[in-house]
Ligand binder design. Structure first.
Ligand SMILES: *[C@@H]1O[C@H](CO)[C@@H](O)[C@H](O)[C@H]1NC(C)=O
Ligand SMILES: *[C@@H]1O[C@H](CO)[C@@H](O)[C@H](O)[C@H]1NC(C)=O
Ligand SMILES: *[C@@H]1O[C@H](CO)[C@@H](O)[C@H](O)[C@H]1NC(C)=O
Ligand SMILES: *[C@@H]1O[C@H](CO)[C@@H](O)[C@H](O)[C@H]1NC(C)=O
Ligand SMILES: *[C@@H]1O[C@H](CO)[C@@H](O)[C@H](O)[C@H]1NC(C)=O
Length: 499
């Protein structure tokens, strides 16, 4: 009991600091920003920003509050100035409460980095406003935050390279401003789907940018434009910018999927925007199943399977495990993911030379593949031909994504969907020869002798040849089977094309 009294006293002191506006930089901030007067001044938290250091995995536990200039709070909270310090910054809020992702992220960070100081930057009172006002407040919160970081550095010799700011949505730009104004360079800033409105196209100093920290990595999950704006920023703004699923439609977030669970249109937006956080949590928790992203100039080239190279640092882990790469700026990287955690899957590049045999000049086939591995098999996977037609007498490249680990790939079944087997092929046929629909055009025949495959995750290359050398021709409704016939690809001398 006696021992608890001094602790309680320190706690009260640190807590009372929160309720007073006249402390240290709070006063400075107040002088700088007259807008503060508009805040609800019910006597609480006048500077509107709290630093909640998490001291227990127990979410019910209140944790402990840091206060700029108050050394005793650091001691009370058990702040370890030689350990990593991770600040987690939320975004715009309408509810005025932490959203449920915050707890997931905090507990994942704490489990992964048990020594680290994990601090939740709570600027909810400023973030709970009309969006443009909340944007305006990002400066205020950021100057408080860099004030805190400067103090920790000056007074506690906190090494800045061990500071990592993780900001979601509007919080990513708070992190960016804080990084700009800190004396020195912060180690890392992670932007989780940084907010787009009022930041898209803005100059670098007005948003998160590569200069805000030694390493800036960004996950973009909701960059689809509606009415001229996108919730998540579309342009690359970090050293590395990863666009899972093209940064566009996130699996599991389709209207139907979400409505089935939540029944609310807002949830669809939230699902895609927040996916960045869940991918990051996944990267913290599933260290043994890392997801890779691959550098590519754009989503369309990636969907074609052109970009699955890891040479010269062209691939990287995503989320917390992203490796810092030197002298990179705005490097765009892509991957596909599953709909639920663990989000990682397996990417295969397939190169298939399609010979035009008979009546196939307008063949426009719809292909599916089924993969057989040492451990498991896949379902039939639709081969997405992005140009809408397969090039005849040409090598076509595709991306095939599998959700499960099938082990080493051993066999491929390639099927050409028969006319009318799916709505897709029906539509394709009607579009092509409406009048000829009933005229039974001669059956087209294509030839596929081999498929060259590269597994993105292992970077292994294999060549697959027709299992039955006499069966290389395929028509609508047919399947041909190809088996692994060599490790690696045939090396043909050819001109190196610049990437
Ligand atoms: C922020 O709001 C204040 C007060 O409403 C205003 O004077 C200031 O110009 C705004 N700043 C920005 C960057 O919009
Ligand atoms: C502080 O952090 C360092 C580095 O993570 C660690 O070696 C040390 O044991 C920690 N000290 C305490 C008191 O936990
Ligand atoms: C492909 O090659 C075959 C045989 O060499 C030829 O008959 C056919 O016209 C070519 N098709 C195209 C689209 O070039
Ligand atoms: C193969 O995948 C199915 C699910 O698609 C799973 O139920 C089964 O356990 C897997 N088999 C092996 C050997 O992993
Ligand atoms: C794969 O194709 C072969 C014919 O080439 C067929 O015998 C086999 O049943 C196919 N496998 C599946 C699962 O469709």
């Amino acid at each position: 009991m006696n021992q608890k009294v001094p602790l309680l006293w320190i706690f009260l002191q640190c807590a009372s600091a929160l309720f007073s506006s006249a402390v240290g930089e709070t006063a400075v901030l107040k002088g700088k920003d007259s807008g503060l007067d508009e805040l609800p001044t019910d006597g609480k938290v006048l500077d509107g920003i709290k630093y909640n250091m998490r001291t227990s995995l127990d979410l019910e536990h209140e944790g402990c509050y840091l206060q700029t200039g108050k050394k005793e709070c650091l001691e009370e909270c058990g702040f370890n100035a030689t350990a990593k310090t991770i600040f987690i910054i939320h975004g715009w809020t309408m509810s005025g409460m932490f959203e449920s992702w915050m707890h997931k992220l905090v507990s994942a960070v704490m489990q992964r980095e048990s020594d680290a100081n994990v601090v939740v930057v709570d600027w909810i009172s400023m973030a709970q406003q009309l969006y443009p006002d909340a944007v305006n407040r990002t400066h205020t919160s950021a100057s408080a935050l860099h004030g805190m970081i400067n103090w920790l550095k000056d007074e506690q010799q906190l090494p800045l390279e061990k500071v990592h700011l993780i900001g979601y949505s509007l919080g990513a730009h708070v992190a960016g401003y804080a990084g700009t104004f800190v004396k020195g360079t912060i180690g890392r800033i992670t932007g989780l789907d940084p907010a787009g409105p009022m930041f898209e196209g803005a100059e670098e100093r007005k948003r998160l940018s590569p200069d805000d920290a030694d390493f800036v990595d960004v996950l973009h999950t909701y960059t689809r434009e509606a009415l001229g704006v996108s919730i998540g920023i579309q342009q690359p703004i970090g050293d590395i910018d990863i666009y899972p699923n093209g940064g566009d439609v996130q699996p599991g977030c389709a209207l139907g999927d979400v409505l089935a669970i939540a029944g609310n249109f807002m949830e669809v937006m939230k699902c895609e925007h927040e996916r960045a956080v869940h991918l990051f949590v996944d990267s913290l928790m599933n260290k043994d199943h890392m997801s890779f992203a691959y550098q590519c100039t754009g989503p369309d080239r990636f969907k074609k399977g052109i970009c699955l190279s890891c040479r010269k640092n062209r691939c990287n882990n995503i989320g917390y495990n992203t490796r810092k790469m030197r002298k990179r700026r705005n490097t765009k990287m892509y991957l596909k993911t599953r709909a639920i955690t663990p989000f990682g899957g397996y990417h295969y590049q397939m190169k298939m030379h399609v010979f035009n045999r008979k009546q196939a000049d307008n063949a426009d086939p719809t292909f599916h593949v089924q993969l057989y591995g040492a451990q498991n098999d896949t379902e039939s996977i639709f081969v997405d031909v992005h140009d809408d037609t397969i090039g005849l007498n040409l090598t076509n490249t595709f991306l095939v994504f599998t959700e499960k680990d099938i082990g080493d790939l051993l066999k491929i079944n390639l099927s050409w969907e028969g006319n009318g087997e799916s709505w897709y092929s029906v539509w394709k046929n009607i579009k092509k020869n409406f009048w000829g629909w009933n005229a039974k055009p001669p059956k087209p025949v294509l030839e596929v002798r081999r498929i060259r495959v590269k597994a993105g995750e292992t970077q292994k290359k294999f060549t697959f040849c027709a299992q039955d050398p006499a069966k290389t021709e395929i028509s609508p409704g047919d399947t041909i089977t190809l088996v692994k016939c060599r490790d690696g690809w045939e090396v043909k001398p050819r001109k190196r094309l610049p990437m």
